[in-house]
Write a protein that binds this ligand. Structure first.
Ligand code: DGT
Ligand code: MG
Length: 618
């Protein structure tokens, strides 16, 4: 079946992958480490190592023991606390985002980014002086023509696929737009290659991190082509992207054909396993191979799939479809292996919709264990809230919610909350009881409970450990008791605490409409009766009387130390992912207020709306 070629309106996408990311975070802290073989350890695994270590034969995801044997002088640092990687990732993301006009900068995990630079390239191609390409100037600002960098527009920066000597020949001039003609893809990619090089250099100079980049017209192609030359390099996928004339070769096909099917983003391990076993078990002769039959171990490439007899969306649907498979899977995968990926680079979003911290356990059974873990999780949560939801208050303008107006931030000049979650959620997953035939039941879900988040957690001058203790003793334990009324023996496998229901401070968007949320928070501080009648049972009880388990309130609070090996997931999920079997508000149905997002019981909604409509007295 013919596949429409990648879109012809040519978006320009740059993919960044920071080199040996975790290791380089340590190197930036201690530059002397750059010259030594360095590995980052999590559990017994070397999760990554710097290129000095790789030169000595080490590789990612190797056993630490094995790595030490290969390289006894290896320097090992512990990487189980992800905080510093997350902070570095956010910092680099913000740095690169500042260059990108469209604001379309999408993070993939901690160390990959996609930038949609189409508008920057279109603008600069239009301004290119075709009579002096060697001394071209790339404008980084539409308003200030002096901001930018010089470059040589007669050649690509960095590596290309295919390499330039093998690429379709033609003088650089022939790729430059004709006087009134549309710019060629070639010249757009060429400019994008120089922009990528400039950004990589800025990243290294200002932040100390090197990165590998890929440049093409879609996320999938930019990511895959970037991988071909690592580290500290970049690769542009050259046109032609379509086989326009009979017998002509598309570089997209040529490039993708050689890829292992498992490496194609969007084809996860399950799908590639299904494809591999289908292709291998049908024992087709390999195209261009001397071997007449493939073995089970043979890697299946895109070419094997694409040229497999009868292959197309219908056969792919048969091979990959089935219960649980998304509709149209065959068409989607057929598109991907032809380089068709129209997914947009998502608009930058600074604020997570929720922050969630969790840890899994062999078995948590006693109040003492639970309390200790909850305090530790709460400390991590507050630390994350401070990292992700505050910013330097540059102008300190009280009119937009600056620090001087914020009672809970007083004493910490220059830092302010840019968003405040309204809801705290505690989730647990007990170990399921064995089924009647004695086998383990694996389908036991999480249960959770929510409550309004107390305002004191926003005090920036209080110690995180002290706040975590207070939060657990005054609120979280009572939530836990409601989830698990039994005194002990819960056999817990997982604890998760999260803050949700994020409300952006109005000062963030100076032109935002509606009520100034920051002011509303202040009023809330001043009005003890803001807590709607009937909600008190969710609110912190100062003396903890409702908690009812003296063991949980022992006089011996633990330190808020980090839990090793914490799983720290679902941090930026755009919405709750539906895994939860929530019994929240089971006996008091609540609705989220459309103005401020608070969870309000039905019966109190009218009173709450009256509160919002009250004239602003300030
Ligand atoms: P690179 O990109 O090949 O130069 O090396 P890295 O270290 O940047 O590796 P990458 O990009 O695959 O992953 C980014 C970071 O994520 C890496 O520094 C450590 C962490 N990481 C990667 N794979 C795993 C994994 O399988 N498990 C765990 N726990 N962490 C991983
Ligand atoms: Mg990387």
């Amino acid at each position: 079946m013919a596949v429409a070629p990648p879109r012809d309106d040519h978006r320009l996408i740059i993919h960044f992958d920071y080199d040996c990311f975790y290791a380089s975070v340590f190197e930036v802290e201690q530059p002397v480490l750059k010259t030594l073989p360095l590995a980052v350890q999590q559990k017994q695994i070397l999760v990554t190592c710097n290129y000095e270590a790789r030169r000595r034969g080490l590789r990612k995801l190797q056993l630490i023991q094995e790595a030490k044997q290969i390289c006894p002088e290896l320097v090992i640092v512990l990487g189980e606390d992800l905080t510093k990687f997350r902070d570095a990732s956010k910092n680099l993301y913000r740095f690169l985002r500042a260059f990108c006009w469209s604001g379309k900068v999408e993070k993939l995990g901690f160390d990959e980014l996609f930038l949609d630079v189409t508008d920057m390239i279109t603008y600069n191609v239009d301004l290119l002086n075709r009579h002096d390409l060697e001394h071209a100037f790339f404008h980084l600002d539409r308003q200030d023509p002096t901001l930018g960098f010089s470059f040589d527009a007669t050649e690509f920066h960095g590596s290309t696929y295919p390499s330039v000597s093998n690429a379709a020949s033609g003088s650089a001039w022939s790729f430059v737009p004709a006087e009134n003609g549309p710019p060629s893809l070639h010249i757009k990619l060429l400019l994008a290659s120089h922009l990528a090089a400039y950004l990589r250099a800025q990243l290294e100079e200002n932040k100390g991190h090197t990165a590998t980049a890929g440049i093409s017209t879609s996320k999938i192609l930019a990511k895959l082509v970037g991988n071909t030359n690592k580290p500290n390099n970049q690769t542009t996928l050259l046109p032609p992207y379509t086989a326009a004339e009979p017998g002509a070769q598309s570089n997209v096909h040529n490039f993708l054909d050689a890829q292992d099917i498992r490496k194609i983003p969007g084809i996860g391990s399950k799908l590639s396993q299904k494809l591999t076993s289908y292709i291998n078990s049908h024992a087709q002769p390999r195209p261009n191979s001397h071997a007449s039959v493939m073995t089970q171990d043979d890697a299946v490439t895109v070419r094997h799939v694409r040229l497999f007899p009868g292959m197309g969306p219908v056969l792919l649907d048969q091979v990959l479809g089935g219960p649980g498979s998304p509709k149209g899977i065959g068409r989607k995968i057929w598109g991907l292996i032809h380089g068709v990926d129209n997914s947009e680079v998502l608009q930058a979003r600074d604020l997570p919709t929720q922050i969630s911290i969790e840890d899994s356990y062999g078995c948590l059974n006693t109040p003492e264990e639970v309390r200790k873990e909850l305090v530790s999780l709460a400390a991590s949560l507050i630390r994350r809230m401070r990292a992700d939801l505050t910013e330097q208050d540059c102008d300190g303008d009280p009119a937009i919610g600056g620090r001087s107006q914020d009672p809970v931030s007083r004493g910490t000049p220059n830092i302010r909350w840019i968003a405040r979650p309204r809801t705290l959620r505690l989730s647990t997953r007990p170990r399921p009881p064995p089924t009647s035939n004695g086998t383990q039941n694996h389908s036991f879900n999480r249960i959770s409970r929510s409550a309004p988040l107390p305002q004191y957690v926003f005090q920036l001058d209080a110690s995180i450990d002290a706040l975590a203790e207070q939060l657990v003793y005054e609120l979280v334990i009572s939530m836990f008791r409601k989830l698990h009324p039994e005194h002990a023996g819960w056999n817990l496998r997982l604890l998760n605490i999260a803050v949700t229901n994020m409300v952006e401070a109005a000062g963030e968007r100076k032109q935002s409409h509606g009520q100034d949320i920051e002011k509303m928070f202040q009023k809330q501080e001043m009005r003890p009766d803001f807590s709607v009648p009937g909600m008190e049972r969710f609110l912190p009880e100062a003396d903890g009387q409702d908690v009812g388990d003296s063991n949980l309130l022992s006089d011996n609070p633990p330190s808020g130390s980090q839990v090793n090996g914490r799983l720290d997931k679902s941090l930026y999920s755009p919405n709750d992912d539906g895994w939860e079997e929530s019994n929240e508000d089971e006996d008091m149905p609540c609705v989220a207020c459309s103005s401020c997002g608070s969870l309000i019981p039905h019966f109190a909604l009218v009173a709450h709306e009256v509160y919002h409509s009250a004239p602003d007295t300030e």
